[in-house]
Design a protein around this ligand. Structure first.
Ligand code: FES
Length: 63
């Protein structure tokens, strides 16, 4: 499902950007382009940032 129609960015791409360290809407835009057009997707991007922040961190037990 597309989160950002303007930049044709899917939810999985936004989540990947957030997991990669993008913690603000501006950072998400820099990472994947989402939110860099009309701005109507900013609320959804903010929801995804909050949702990802609530997820537990992955732990690499093999290290
Ligand atoms: S829909 Fe994301 S910037 Fe327009």
């Amino acid at each position: 499902m597309f989160v950002c129609i303007c930049a044709r960015v899917r939810e999985c791409e936004v989540r990947a950007a957030i997991r990669g360290g993008a913690r603000t809407e501006a950072c998400v835009g820099e990472a994947c382009g989402a939110g860099t057009g009309c701005g109507s997707c900013h609320d959804r991007i903010a929801e995804l940032i909050d949702a990802e922040a609530a997820r537990p961190l992955a732990v690499n037990l093999a290290a």
